[in-house]
Design a protein around this ligand. Structure first.
Ligand SMILES: Cc1cc2nc3c(=O)[nH]c(=O)nc-3n(C[C@H](O)[C@H](O)[C@H](O)COP(=O)(O)OP(=O)(O)OC[C@H]3O[C@@H](n4cnc5c(N)ncnc54)[C@H](O)[C@@H]3O)c2cc1C
Length: 339
């Protein structure tokens, strides 16, 4: 089966079989039927590069349902659309997810890379993750602390815990978040783009206003995968030591640097987009793939591109950035299959 409709880069990789998983009962049956046969999990395919055929059964995580208690404890099924969940929670009168509006994909994939944007990460709001354990054939509940969250990382993308790409141990079925009633919620608007969006407003914005601003900024800056195939940021912003950051800023005063959380006080994040742009890749095209002309961090499929071409371009960019700045850019999306 062709997976081009199941990944936002619109790569035409094939899989042996695709099954929708919409209940725990279905998971029990699938586990028994598949045994040790290769399997692989997909949400909406907005953070994967399908660069070769997947010799596996693809399980589409589609467990649905969402509810929120009076004190803001939100529970949502893995198959819920993430942006839909954000807007629904705001509509229910709860703040906390507004900075994460318009991130494509499913709720079940959100913990996998600890999604983050505009100064907030999922790990700031999540309290627990429930997953189906294919090995022990039962549901397991992970506290937020068990999930090993860090910048674009969690145990669910750690091969030492999750296993090889075609034998993933855990399929996330549900997540729990703690939100705050809007009336007494403080919003996070320290991120530069948001700060300037509200610079002329005397009152602090509401959570809904922050969501509206985030949506407007994202629409302006990022290409819509419905218009042109992409997976958002293709590389993580590299972390460097404070010393290296100081040396870099002496050489390149306009290189954007971002603070990291308190546990990494000796480190600093620098802009991958700036590094790529300085290597001359913004708007570059190689056959039917390229770098978006509005955002150097976004690799795009102009239509007939293949996963192999995307990987070749990513490699070319990595080599150029190492040669010019001595910095290795780590890809953000997950390559499937991987070795
Ligand atoms: C335009 C654009 C903008 C983006 N902006 C951001 C952003 O601002 N911040 C950010 O963090 N990300 C961003 N992303 C990346 C992407 O939206 C997120 O990583 C999202 O969480 C992926 O969800 P998905 O359902 O598409 O996951 P998929 O791409 O289908 O899967 C991603 C990984 O998670 C695994 N997985 C999926 N579902 C489950 C499950 N239920 N259980 C276990 N494993 C699972 C898959 O096996 C795969 O390894 C962006 C992507 C695009 C296209």
């Amino acid at each position: 089966m062709n997976l081009s409709q199941h990944n936002t880069l619109r790569l035409p990789a094939r899989a042996d079989r695709v099954i929708q998983v919409d209940s725990i009962q279905a998971l029990t049956e699938i586990t028994a039927a598949l045994g040790q046969a290769p399997r692989c999990i997909l949400g909406a395919g907005s953070n994967v590069v399908l660069h070769a055929p997947l010799a596996a059964t693809v399980l589409l995580a589609r467990l649905m349902g969402r509810q929120i208690t009076e004190d803001g404890r939100l529970t949502a099924g893995a198959g819920e659309d993430w942006h839909g969940l954000v807007m629904w929670s705001l509509g229910q009168g709860f703040a906390g997810l507004e900075n994460l509006a318009l991130i494509p994909g499913t709720t079940g994939a959100a913990p996998v890379q600890n999604i983050g944007a505009y100064g907030v990460e999922l790990s700031d709001r999540v309290t627990a993750v429930t997953a189906w354990d294919f090995q022990d054939k039962k549901l397991v509940r992970f506290s937020a602390g068990d999930c090993g969250f860090s910048y674009r990382h969690s145990i669910f993308r750690d091969p030492a815990i999750q296993g090889p790409w075609d034998q993933p141990r855990y399929l996330i079925t549900e997540i729990e978040l703690q939100l705050r009633p809007m009336a007494n919620a403080q919003v996070e608007i320290n991120y530069a783009d948001l700060k300037s969006a509200f610079a002329h407003q005397a009152q602090p914005p509401s959570a809904q206003e922050v969501a509206d601003a985030v949506i407007a900024i994202r629409r302006r800056k990022l290409p819509d995968p419905n218009d042109i195939g992409n997976v958002g940021s293709f590389f993580k912003n590299p972390m460097v030591s404070q010393l290296q950051a100081r040396n870099l800023s002496l050489l390149h005063p306009d290189l954007p640097q971002y603070p990291v959380d308190a546990s990494h006080h000796d480190q600093c994040k620098i802009s991958a987009a700036w590094l790529i742009e300085r290597c001359g890749f913004k708007g570059a095209r190689r056959g039917d793939v390229g770098v978006h002309d509005g955002h150097a961090l976004v690799l795009v499929n102009h239509g007939g591109g293949t996963g192999r071409e995307i990987l070749a371009l990513a490699h070319e960019i990595q080599q150029a950035v190492v040669a010019k700045f001595g910095i290795f850019l780590e890809p953000e999306p997950i390559f499937l299959p991987h070795h």
